[in-house]
Every structure is written in structure tokens, then in C-alpha cells.
Design a protein around this ligand. Structure first.
Ligand code: MTE
Length: 309
């Protein structure tokens, strides 16, 4: 991944703290039902109701929806930040299934509409910190991945989870380029995957995911660099051995298996000490585990995180 310049954003597009607070209050009262109407252009709005909102003490302003949906990494549609919003219309998100297989007692194929009803959909306002040293604050909609994994009943030998994204050159023209080995693959340790913050995600800003954000279903892991959050997932495999992700294959010295946000471990080509919040001018310091240390640091007790980067 190369670092690219951040497009200039008009001050009018930046959600002020007041607007953010008003929106949060409104969502609280309206149960989120009108969020899509308030924020989405008419061409995209497919509302997704949710039962609760949590932000884990985060008071930062939301990143404007326009940036969340027009400044993307989704190499299946090209490597420019604007390419996914321009080209992802070719992705067909219905019908869609996710197979859960491998080291499980009950391998199963879940239809997307079945998945949407498996557990209550929650709104989680999470920071997402990209390895390229920019970040956003996004109101995601989903439920813990653990709810899905429990359905498949991992065996005692399951130690890792692998996520596999769709592989289809017709729908994903970026796969004609060998920029990564396709399909896109990511992995987690099973205990990371079962952590309540690990969100199986179906929507953002009160509506179903736009294609460029990984429709119809993706992961969001707020304490890890964004590349761990695989998009447009078709398969989840429970494994005995640690899987090799697409990014590890592409650059093993640059992208590790863990990829926890860590300001003390620089990427070999740039510092990870600071980040630019999309929509802001000045950089802000990057926080260990992206600000979620209290919730997740116990997963890594005793590990040398410089070695296991
Ligand atoms: N998933 C797939 N299948 N393909 C990708 O190229 N890019 C990753 C991640 N998931 C990627 C992916 C990277 S590098 C980031 S930073 C996030 O998606 C970006 O998510 P966003 O565009 O919704 O902000």
C-alpha cells in the first residue's frame, strides 16, 4: 500500500461536534430509523434498523458519510481511493451466502438474509485506523462475529479463523491485476475473533453497506489496522494453523499477522506514531490498540508486540 494524498475537504462537509451530538440525541430517540434520511443521498438509502448504540466513550465527531463512502481501499475495484465508489456498482450482493467450515462441528452455509436476523443489529461508533496513517470515525451496524461462530460450534482444535472475500473477475475488475493474490484473505486468532468488539458488519450510517465499503457483509476490527477488516466475505474457515493473509503474502516484512494498531512499531517505510483524521488538517497521535487497549490488551498479555507486529 502506498501513502497517498488526502483530498481537500470543504469545511461545510465536516460534521461539527454540535451536529454530532444532535445526531446522537436524535438517533437515541428515533431508534435510528431516520438516520439514512438524514445522511444518505437518495440513490443509496436502504435502511437497516438497529437496537442499540455504543461508542465506548468515543466523543470524536463522525467522519462525513461522503468521505466514508468515497475514500476507500478495496483493491478488487482498483488501487485509487476513488475507484471503489466509481466501480463497485458491478458487485451483485443478492443472492449472497457465507460458508462457515473447517474445524467446526456444524459446517453451514448462511444466506445473507438469514445472517441479518441471527442476532440483534447494533450501532457501534468505531475509529478505523488505516495502515497508511489516516483514520475515520464511522457508525457501523452489525453484531459480534462470535454470534455466527458459535452457530458453527468450533472444535477443540480450532485456533485460527480465516476470512475469504469474493473471487469473481466479472464483478470485481480489479482482480484482473495481480496487485494481490486473489481472493483477498485475512486471518485472526480464534480468541481475537470471539472478542465482543470484533464486529460482523452489514451497514453504516443507518443503512446497508454501500458496495464500496464491503457489501453485503464485512469485518470491522477497531483495534487493528484497516486491512484486517476483510470486505465482501464469502467464506469463514476455522483452522488449526495460522493462515497467511493476502497482505502477508504481498509484503511479509511490512504486514504482519497481528497488525494491531501500535504507534511504537513503524511501518518500514513510514511512521505509525501519528495519523490524519480524514476531514482534519493537523495530525493527531495514534493510540495503542487504536484507543481500545482497555478492552483488548489482555488478548496479548506477555507477547512481544514488536516481534508479533
Ligand atoms: N477487503 C478486501 N476484500 N479488499 C481490500 O482491498 N482493503 C482493506 C480493508 N478490507 C480491502 C479489504 C483496507 S487496506 C482497509 S483500510 C479497509 O478495508 C478500508 O475499509 P473502508 O474502505 O470501508 O474504509
Amino acid at each position: 500500500m502506498t501513502q497517498s494524498t488526502i483530498p481537500a475537504i470543504a469545511p461545510s462537509e465536516i460534521t461539527s461536534k454540535t451536529v454530532f451530538d444532535q445526531r446522537r440525541r436524535f438517533l437515541k430517540h428515533a431508534g435510528g430509523l431516520s438516520a439514512a434520511l438524514m445522511t444518505a443521498p437518495l440513490w443509496a438509502a436502504e435502511k437497516l434498523a438497529f437496537t442499540s448504540t455504543a461508542s465506548y466513550g468515543l466523543t470524536d465527531a463522525l467522519t462525513p458519510r461522503k468521505d466514508v463512502t468515497h475514500y476507500n481501499n478495496f483493491y478488487e475495484f482498483g488501487t485509487d481511493k476513488e475507484a471503489p465508489s466509481r466501480r463497485a456498482g458491478s458487485l451483485k450482493t443478492r443472492p449472497w451466502t457465507i460458508a462457515v467450515e473447517g474445524e467446526v462441528h456444524k459446517p453451514q452455509v448462511f444466506d445473507i438474509d438469514q445472517l441479518l436476523k441471527l442476532a440483534p443489529i447494533e450501532e457501534r461508533v468505531y475509529r478505523l485506523r488505516c495502515v497508511e496513517a489516516w483514520s475515520m470515525v464511522i457508525p457501523w451496524l452489525g453484531y459480534p462475529l462470535a454470534a455466527l461462530l458459535k452457530q458453527a460450534q468450533p472444535t477443540g482444535s480450532a485456533k485460527y479463523v480465516e476470512f475469504v472475500s469474493l473471487h469473481d473477475m466479472e464483478q470485481m475488475p480489479g482482480q484482473r491485476s495481480p496487485v494481490l493474490q486473489w481472493p483477498y484473505r485475512e486471518g485472526l486468532r480464534l480468541d481475537e475473533a470471539m472478542h465482543p468488539l470484533a464486529l460482523l458488519t452489514f451497514g453504516l450510517y443507518g443503512e446497508l453497506l454501500p458496495n464500496q465499503n464491503g457489501a453485503p457483509v464485512r469485518m470491522v476490527l477497531p483495534w487493528k489496522y484497516g486491512f484486517k477488516s476483510a470486505k465482501s466475505i464469502v467464506k469463514i474457515r476455522l483452522l488449526k494453523e495460522q493462515p497467511v493473509s493476502s497482505w502477508m503474502q504481498a509484503g511479509p516484512s511490512e504486514y504482519g499477522f497481528y497488525a494491531n494498531v501500535n504507534p511504537e512499531v513503524d511501518h518500514p517505510r513510514w511512521s505509525q506514531a501519528k495519523e490524519r483524521r480524514i476531514g482534519e488538517f493537523l495530525k493527531r497521535p495514534t493510540l495503542p490498540f487504536n484507543g481500545y487497549a482497555e478492552q483488548v490488551s489482555s488478548l496479548y498479555a506477555g507477547m512481544d508486540l514488536k516481534h508479533y507486529f
